[in-house]
Design a protein around this ligand. Structure first.
Ligand SMILES: Cc1cc2nc3c(=O)[nH]c(=O)nc-3n(C[C@H](O)[C@H](O)[C@H](O)COP(=O)(O)OP(=O)(O)OC[C@H]3O[C@@H](n4cnc5c(N)ncnc54)[C@H](O)[C@@H]3O)c2cc1C
Length: 406
């Protein structure tokens, strides 16, 4: 089982993350954004400081961080480079889901033993070789909402699986060494596929039949390089399983906070936009017009509104990451949706207010605020917990008990 790091250890990791973000990532963020290129240098730093193995248990050579520590670390990275934080989420969740999360799921002794063997090899690649994992689940067809089986398929053959299909928005495309994909097992015999047939497999980047396709020139989160993946008869060895067959659905049902892991990035962006606003109005931002604006009541009120909204977001964020566990209470599950909605939409609100309050100069590309503004728009679009789907789940979950229908 993953052990919870001590409070002091957690603080050390968070402080180190903040230092890395401030001293290394912040200076590169503009170039990563302008070029829409992957932040490769940041990943060299992450590897050097052990962060690629943040959520790998210590007995495998990782830092042994738990869910909550990851959320705090991701939030710190988000303050300095949204694309680094968001892609770090994809990689780190690949480790956490096969680690802390899988440990809580029901498995037979045989499954657990095999899972242990397989994840040891995934972890070895990360710890020793600096391997990077992506999480391309989306297919652009509603499947990633966990209401229908994935369109991409795997078929059992000797020693492995044959994969076919297509993924969209594959962050880290062209950089990841392994693509952790969700696919539906084809069983034949008239079997009607369901989410229970979902397989979670890490496809090596150099696998034959795997192709990266499509352009990447988006509004925000440009450094994530989230292009499409095409799989044509890709052979994936058995050992590439990230979770035992059929277990993913138990994770979805029992560990809902697994999808809240996208929120720390946006919590960090919101905090950075607020800090920028305060420094700008105090006349402390280098390159900004040499006039203070803090004496105007309009600015003070706008900053107060932003501060109140940020406090609300932080309070809900902290409560939610502390409540993450297997089989949370219904109220905790609904609160996680509310927190996701609040952070994702709130981040965009704070960035919008920041530009309005600081004024026209603040949205020049020489300042990071306009990048934060564009990055902030992406949070509410992330499936399966888009802002609108969170609203739907909160509404339905509040009005209906399990099994009730009209
Ligand atoms: C910067 C960025 C990076 C990303 N990185 C990744 C990644 O690494 N891995 C990954 O898997 N995905 C990634 N995504 C994809 C993301 O999670 C969504 O899948 C994607 O934004 C959906 O695109 P869409 O809105 O065109 O899709 P659509 O599926 O067309 O959805 C459109 C909207 O309709 C609603 N909707 C969709 N399905 C349903 C349904 N069944 N019921 C009710 N409403 C529904 C949703 O609210 C959604 O916003 C990334 C997206 C962005 C913007």
């Amino acid at each position: 089982m993953s052990s919870r790091p001590s409070a002091a250890r957690r603080e050390d990791l968070i402080e180190l993350a903040d230092w890395l973000g401030r001293e290394r990532f912040a200076a590169r963020a503009k170039d990563v954004d302008v070029q829409a290129r992957f932040p490769t240098e940041n990943y060299a730093d992450l590897h050097e400081h052990g962060f690629l193995a943040l959520c790998i248990p210590q007995r495998y050579g990782g830092l042994g961080a738990d869910y909550e520590t990851y959320c705090q670390v991701g939030r710190r990275f988000g303050r300095h480079c949204g694309a680094t934080a968001l892609t770090f989420n994809m990689h780190t969740c690949s480790m956490m889901w096969s680690g802390e999360l899988a440990d809580a799921l029901p498995m037979t002794d045989g499954q657990r033993c095999l899972h242990e063997e397989r994840r040891a090899e995934h972890y070895r690649r990360v710890v020793q070789e600096g391997a990077i994992f992506a999480q391309p689940f989306s297919e652009g067809a509603g499947t990633v909402t966990n209401s229908a089986p994935y369109g991409s398929t795997v078929r059992k053959v000797d020693g492995g699986w044959i994969m076919n299909g297509r993924k969209v928005f594959a962050s880290l495309s062209g950089t990841a060494n392994y693509y952790g994909m969700l696919c539906t097992e084809e069983r034949g015999d008239g079997h009607r596929p369901s989410l229970r047939d979902t397989q979670y497999m890490a496809v090596p980047a150099d696998a034959q039949g795997l192709e990266i396709a499509g352009d990447w020139d988006p509004l925000g989160m440009r450094g994530t390089v989230s292009r499409n993946l095409l799989m044509k008869d890709v052979f994936v060895p058995d050992a590439q399983e990230m979770m035992p067959a059929g277990l993913y659905i138990h994770a979805v049902m029992g560990w809902p906070h697994m999808f809240f892991t996208l929120a720390p990035t946006y919590m960090g962006i919101a905090e950075a936009a607020f800090d920028f606003t305060v420094r700008y109005l105090r006349g402390e931002v280098a390159g900004a017009p040499p006039v203070k604006r803090r004496m105007y009541p309009t600015k003070q009120i706008a900053v107060a509104q932003m501060s109140i909204q940020l406090e609300q977001m932080q309070a809900l964020f902290l409560r939610t990451i502390a409540e993450a566990r297997f089989e949370p209470a219904k109220s905790e599950r609904l609160r996680a949706y509310a927190a996701q909605y609040t952070v994702m939409e709130g981040c965009n609100d704070i960035c919008r207010l920041a530009i309005r309050t600081c004024g026209g100069h603040s949205m020049l590309k020489s300042f990071p605020l306009e990048r934060m503004y564009r990055d902030s728009r992406c949070g509410a679009l992330m499936l399966p917990w888009t802002a609108e789907l969170c609203l739907e789940r909160i509404g339905r979950g509040s009005l209906y008990e399990p099994g009730e229908e009209d």
